[in-house]
Ligand binder design. Structure first.
Ligand code: NAD
Ligand code: UFG
Length: 337
């Protein structure tokens, strides 16, 4: 039996495929390479000393899914494939709903047709919406999202909940990620954004390597200890391990459930810059800019439920996140290219 990983050539997907191969699982990766390189899977296979099956294809392509389920014995699906840029989603809402929501619907329909019932989904802390009190805990209502991206994740969680109510065989876990950063400790795989990075750590790393001049810090006048936004950063390898724990948990559970995957502590933008400087020995030029539309001042996870039920917790701190980001970026100044 194999695990199907959609979006498995991407940032979080590649680290999860590596962790699965390392523990001996068979893996089929489905990725349309829209935001990834085939090279990431080559490197994963080299690190693991084991091959994955790679299918270049789209979750929107029903025929491709049918053929995939017919030709491989799939036990479970981990569904990463999505568009993920919050700002872009406000300009391209139809593309985001089509890729994320329709893509998931088609995947679930073809899973049902093939009799595959185990499903892990990449959700996000954004499903808690703008007014949720911190720390975010799973008992809070979800919704009130502020971008088509966030709404697409919220809608998919509702679809999972309703499908699990209607179909007793369907077992599903939504993992609500906080802010994934870092890279595999080998420095062989990591985050490789196309164009100018949207996210903080890839931006800082590209300033350090000299690809970008200066970081803009979005807002220095928030009601936070140093005036900059606070986020719950989580090492991508800890996050990948959370998927393995969630897969194990599916065997002992029914229905749909959501878990926060975060470290439970907020770090400010300025703290992140300082930590990166310490890890890399580089000075990061920055200037305070106006606030970015849609940013929330501060949020972090209450991760007690995942600690208790999934037996999962973060084991890597800010120092490892920075060390591994820098190792990846300095060994691969141009990413996978
Ligand atoms: P990523 O862009 O690196 O990975 C997504 C992968 O999916 C890419 O390899 C892309 O080529 C592929 N893909 C996209 N649409 C596809 C389609 N229709 N068919 C097949 N493949 C497709 O992003 P990531 O950071 O690894 O994120 C993985 C998942 O985690 C996404 O669902 C994202 O929304 C979610 N998430 C990410 C973050 C974050 O900050 N990185 C935070 C919360 C949730
Ligand atoms: N930031 C800057 N300058 C930059 C980029 C970011 O100051 O150039 C700041 C932002 O204002 C924010 C913090 O750094 O305060 C983190 O920003 P990111 O863009 O890295 O991350 P977000 O918290 O905005 O969003 C991320 C993912 C979403 C996900 C969300 C919650 O991009 O997909 O975390 O998990 F939904």
């Amino acid at each position: 039996m194999a695990i199907l990983v959609t979006g498995g050539a991407g940032y979080i997907g590649s680290h999860t495929v590596l962790a699965l191969l390392e523990r001996g699982d068979d893996v089929v990766v489905l990725d349309n390479l829209y935001n990834a390189s085939r090279e990431s899977i080559n490197r994963v296979e080299k690190l693991a000393g084991k091959k994955a099956v790679f299918v270049e294809g789209d979750v929107l392509d029903r025929e491709c899914l049918r053929e995939l389920f017919a030709s491989h014995d799939i036990s479970s699906v981990i569904h990463f494939a999505a568009l993920k840029a919050v700002g872009e989603s406000t300009r391209l809402p139809l593309e985001y709903y089509q890729n994320n929501v329709s893509g998931t619907l088609i995947l679930l329909e073809e899973m049902r047709n093939a009799g595959v019932w185990n499903f892990i989904f990449s959700s996000s802390a954004t499903v808690y919406g703008a007014d949720a009190p911190v720390p975010y805990v799973e008992t809070l209502p979800i919704g009130g999202t502020t971008s088509p991206y966030g709404t697409s994740k919220f809608m998919i969680e509702l679809i999972m909940r309703d499908f699990a109510k209607a179909e007793p065989q369907f077992k599903a876990i939504a993992l609500r990620y906080f802010n994934p950063v870092g890279a595999h400790e080998s420095g062989e795989i990591g985050e490789d954004p196309t164009g100018i990075p949207n996210n903080l750590l890839p931006y800082i790393a590209q300033v350090a390597i000299g690809r970008l001049d200066k970081l803009g810090v979005f807002g220095g006048d928030y009601d936070t200890p140093d005036g900059t936004c606070q986020r719950d950063y989580i090492h991508v390898v800890d996050l990948a391990e959370g998927h393995l724990k969630a897969l194990d948990h599916l065997k002992k559970t029914d229905g749909y459930k959501a878990y926060n995957l975060g470290g439970g502590k907020g770090f400010s933008v300025l703290e992140m810059i300082k930590a990166f400087e310490e890890a890399s020995g580089k000075t990061i030029a920055y200037e305070i800019k106006p606030r970015r539309d849609g940013d929330l001042p501060a949020f972090w996870a209450d991760a007690a439920l995942a600690n208790k039920e999934l037996n999962w917790r973060v084991t890597r701190g800010i120092d490892e996140m920075m060390r591994d980001t820098w190792k990846w970026q300095s060994q691969n100044p141009n990413g996978f290219r």
